[in-house]
Design a protein around this ligand. Structure first.
Ligand code: ZN
Length: 262
């Protein structure tokens, strides 16, 4: 039996962080992520960067250079309150400006003000968004059913217990820990020690792949495109990413663009 339950490097589990609004406190959070080798995605409002408590436009590329910059709407509007053309403008103009500031294609998003109905996800997809995070915590360590309505595992306020459970898991099933929040909450709640402890615990796990949201999306999308013959003898990878999988007790890799004959 072939199981696509491994991450890059043959790792058993993946962890990703997702932080909204681009507050100044992101700088302190990124220092912690970088110290522990944790990867995060930062969802930014390009129309609000002039505000005192936000990272300014000219600093975006430098501050977030080790992480992913993703959209969060130009003005942080609640998308389902807008007419459809307003939803499109809020997403597309945010992409356009964030791409100009970073020099990278912006393909990810998180919904401002929470959870959105499926028609908003469809509009987001039509604006070139490939995944978008909600605020509906599942408490689960699973991949999303729909990347355009990507429900996270937990908010960081409630992440410590499940992080410890995740860290202790040893069997293969492609677990994903997805933590979200706002870095400014660490200031208001005076609990920077919480994220420091969680990152410290995660970084000690050798079987965890730390990735941005889009890296998780890209890898899972690639693994689902790998073709397997009915007798499980031919494994063909038409994508541009190496994909790992298991056959019995063995972990194997089919390299980008290559075919394995087992
Ligand atoms: Zn927000």
């Amino acid at each position: 039996m072939i199981l696509f339950n491994k991450y890059p490097g043959g790792k058993k589990k993946a962890a990703t962080m997702s932080y909204d609004d681009g507050n100044h406190t992101d700088i302190r959070l990124i220092k912690i992520f970088d110290k522990y080798g944790i990867k995060g995605t930062f969802h930014l409002n390009s129309g609000l960067m002039y505000k005192d408590n936000r990272i300014s436009a000219e600093d975006i590329a430098e501050v977030y250079k080790n992480h992913e910059v993703a959209a969060h709407g130009v003005e942080h509007a609640t998308l389902y309150n807008l007419p459809n053309h307003g939803v499109i403008e809020e997403i597309l103009n945010d992409r356009r400006e964030l791409e100009r500031l970073t020099g990278k294609i912006v393909r990810g998003m998180s919904y401002a003000n929470g959870v959105n109905p499926p028609y908003i996800a469809e509009i987001a997809g039509n604006c070139g968004i490939e995944y978008s995070r909600t605020t509906r915590a599942t408490g689960k360590l699973t991949l999303p059913e729909n990347f355009l309505l990507w429900h996270p595992t937990c908010h960081h306020k409630n992440c410590e217990e499940i992080t410890n459970i995740f860290a202790d898991l040893t069997y293969n099933s492609g677990h994903l820990l997805y933590i979200w929040g706002h870095s400014i909450e660490f200031d208001s709640d005076n609990n920077w020690d919480l994220i420091e402890r969680v990152c410290d615990r995660l970084s000690a796990c050798e079987d965890v792949w730390f990735a941005t949201n889009i890296e998780i999306y890209d890898y899972i999308t690639a693994s689902r495109r790998v073709r397997v013959s009915v007798d499980n003898k031919i494994v063909e990878n038409p994508t541009n990413l190496d994909v790992w999988f298991t056959v019995g007790d063995d972990t194997l890799c089919v390299k980008a663009g290559e075919t394995l004959y087992l």
